[in-house]
Structures are given as structure tokens and as C-alpha cells.
Design a protein around this ligand. Structure first.
Ligand code: ZN
Ligand code: ZN
Length: 397
């Protein structure tokens, strides 16, 4: 069996890959693509991986912009996936820094294949499109069987600080549609029933619930349809609302209260409410501490101060949560901007194109490569990660 390469060897390989990694990242950043339209990013990443000896299947799992790139060693062994996200945000572009995730993931996997060409098993880059705005790319790929046989999945995410992990909330993605009756807004408004009035009342109802939901819950939305013209009583209106809390069970319980509120608002305004899901529920995240701490040790050796986020860290949600219920995963955070810089902001978008962001992505990719190499070559590492996963303990991140 091959032994794991030294951190120095991986670090040297990542340094050699740096110019291409940065070029791919900046090209993705300069041309932001929304969920499931990430064809340019897919092409850049798969082209690089094919050149580097990986076998690529584009359109994996029935998603056109997904891909699976595999490098098989000569002997059987674990199947370890590095995950690449590459979608952007509406109106903001790469304000979540997925250009760095994508280029760093490919670089990490290529570094493993170059440093350890005769590794046991399989190292893969799985391109998971559509993470933002409830796209649920990873959930769709898992349902299509793309993750069958994968023993562990690793990725990193840009942010305003280094963390080996932090919690991720469960999130339900709702579309609350109201249907009223149209009428002239001045000549005979009494003949109409305003769906927009119902939507306004509903957002107020959600606000009035806030004191009475757990402090960990997040209820936030936008009016996604507010009518067509001021002189027409809107017959249709809609609110897109996310309902988040620590667990899927708690989020689902809150959804039922939100549903009751929507129905009450419909009753008050003479309209009808329909509460549907705009996408699958994102599950809460389980961080595998065996692998997360291994990542932490690797990047600490490269000069980074990093620790876990703690259970009360501010948290968003990701479809990595659903994967974390299926296999050991890690989702550490990489500092690319000053502490306090908000995610999903223009400031974070600008930060995601700096050379500091690429310096730190290079370090994070080295950390991921070290974890992947250890999983492939040291059976005890995978066994320990699996044991923690099987124990199902509520993991302190
Ligand atoms: Zn995001
Ligand atoms: Zn993100």
C-alpha cells in the first residue's frame, strides 16, 4: 500500500498549480452564472481535470451543469470526493466566493493525483451546481445516485475567518402564493380582492411571530410577485420565504405555523393561500470532527490560526447538510476578507478576486489534499471518520 505523501510534497504541488488555479477562479468570478446555468465554469473545470488525467462525466445525475471527474488508482480502495460549487448569486455575482471553492477543489484533487499517482481507490471532483437560492444541487445528485459508493466528501468555503467547521441550519424554502380577484383600482376596487394585501399582512404576521420562535430560528423573505400594475387590484402575489432552525424537525414545525399564518391572512383579505416549496429542505449539517481536525492540523502547519466555530456560531444553510447525513463530510471556512465582512455582499464579491483570497485558497486546497491523501492511504483515518459518523453523535464543531 502507498503511504501518504508529506505535507511539503502536497504544498509544493499546490504552489505549482497556483497560476492555473487562480486563472480558473478569476475567469469564473468574471462571468458569474446562476444556479444550473454554470456552463462556462463547468467547461473550465472539466477541461483542466481532463488535461490532468481525470476521466470526466459531464451532466452527471441528470443535471446539465454537474460533473464527476475521477482518477482511479491501480488497486481498489476508498472513494473520496472533493466537492466543487460554482454558482453565483442573483444581483451580486460571486458574493459567496464559489469561484474559489471550484478552483481550489480541482487543484486539491489534481495535487493528490500528481503526488500519489498509484494511490489506492478513487479520488474524484464532483461538480455540484445550484447550491444558492435553494437549488439543492447536491440533494438532486444524491437522489440520482451520484454519491453512491462515495466514502467521504470534503470541501471548503470562503468566509471572513478560518474555522474547521461550524453548524449549518436546516432550511425550508417556501413559496407562499395568494390568489385574489382583479378589478379597477379606482373605479370599483370593492369588486376586487387584493393578493398583495394578503402578502403584506402575511409578512407582518411572520414578523409578529418572531418573539415566539426559538432564538436559533430565522424567518426571512421577499415579495417575489407584488402584482402587475398600480391601477389593477392584484389577483396574484407571492412571498418567497426561508424558514430555518437548528434541525429539520424544528424547521418543519415552524413551517406549519407559517402555513397557518398564511391561511389566516387569506381569510382576512378574501383571498386564497397556497404554501408550497420552491425547493427541497436543506438539512442541518454534521461536521465530521475527525476529518475537520485533520484539516485544521494541516493548515496550522502552514501557518494558519484555526479552530472550531462552536455551537452558537452564526450560521447559514447549505445542501452539504443533506450529504452530511449520508456520509462523513467537512466544510471548513477559509478567511478571504477582514473579520466582519458579510457573506453575500459586494464586499465579499470583491474579496473573492484578490490575491490574498487565492493565497488562502492555496493553503485550504493543501489542507483538503492532505485529508484526501490520508483517507486514501491510511485505513485508520477512514475507519475513525466512519466510526464518528455511525455513532451519530451531535457533533460539537
Ligand atoms: Zn452563499
Ligand atoms: Zn456559498
Amino acid at each position: 500500500m502507498s503511504s501518504s505523501p508529506s505535507l511539503e510534497a502536497l504544498s509544493g504541488e499546490l504552489a505549482a498549480l497556483r497560476p492555473r488555479m487562480e486563472a480558473v477562479s478569476l475567469a469564473i468570478h468574471a462571468r458569474p452564472e446562476l444556479k444550473f446555468a454554470e456552463f462556462h465554469a463547468q467547461q473550465l473545470l472539466t477541461g483542466w481535470l481532463v488535461e490532468s488525467g481525470f476521466t470526466v462525466t459531464a451532466g452527471a445525475g441528470g443535471l446539465d451543469t454537474a460533473f464527476v471527474a475521477v482518477h482511479h488508482g491501480p488497486t481498489p480502495g476508498p472513494y473520496v470526493a472533493v466537492l466543487a460549487e460554482y454558482d453565483a448569486l442573483p444581483g451580486i455575482g460571486h458574493g459567496c466566493g464559489h469561484n474559489l471553492i471550484a478552483a481550489g477543489a480541482a487543484a486539491a484533487a489534481i495535487a493528490v493525483a500528481r503526488t500519489l499517482p498509484a494511490h489506492p481507490g478513487t479520488v474524484a471532483v464532483i461538480g455540484t451546481p445550484g447550491e444558492e437560492t435553494g437549488g439543492a444541487g447536491k440533494i438532486r445528485l444524491a437522489e440520482a445516485g451520484v454519491f453512491e459508493g462515495v466514502d467521504a466528501a470534503v470541501m471548503f468555503h470562503p468566509g471572513d475567518r478560518w474555522l474547521t467547521g461550524r453548524p449549518g441550519l436546516a432550511a425550508a424554502h417556501l413559496r407562499v402564493a395568494f390568489t385574489g380577484v382583479s378589478a379597477h383600482a379606482s373605479v370599483s376596487p370593492w369588486q376586487g380582492r387584493s393578493a398583495l394585501a394578503a402578502a403584506q399582512l402575511f409578512l407582518n404576521a411572520v414578523d409578529s411571530m418572531r418573539q415566539f420562535v426559538p432564538p436559533s430560528a430565522r424567518l426571512h423573505g421577499i415579495v417575489s410577485d407584488g402584482g402587475q400594475a398600480p391601477n389593477v387590484v392584484p389577483a396574484g402575489a407571492a412571498v418567497d420565504l426561508y424558514v430555518r432552525d437548528r434541525t429539520a424537525g424544528s424547521a418543519r414545525a415552524l413551517v406549519e405555523r407559517v402555513r397557518a399564518a398564511a391561511e389566516g391572512c387569506a381569510l382576512a383579505t378574501g383571498t386564497r393561500a397556497e404554501v408550497g416549496e420552491s425547493g427541497p429542505l436543506y438539512a442541518e449539517r454534521r461536521n465530521n470532527t475527525v476529518l475537520a481536525e485533520r484539516f485544521g492540523r494541516a493548515v496550522r502547519a502552514l501557518g494558519v490560526r484555526i479552530g472550531p466555530g462552536g455551537p452558537d456560531s452564526p450560521a447559514g444553510s447549505s445542501d452539504i447538510g443533506n450529504l452530511s447525513q449520508l456520509m462523513p463530510v467537512i466544510h471548513p471556512y477559509v478567511q478571504i476578507a477582514d473579520a466582519g465582512t458579510p457573506a453575500h455582499s459586494e464586499a465579499m464579491r470583491e474579496a473573492a478576486a484578490t490575491s490574498l483570497a487565492h493565497d488562502h485558497t492555496q493553503v485550504a486546497a493543501t489542507g483538503l489534499a492532505e485529508v484526501v491523501a490520508a483517507l486514501l492511504t491510511d485505513t485508520e483515518v477512514l475507519a475513525a471518520a466512519r466510526a464518528e459518523f455511525a455513532a451519530g453523535s451531535e457533533v460539537a464543531v
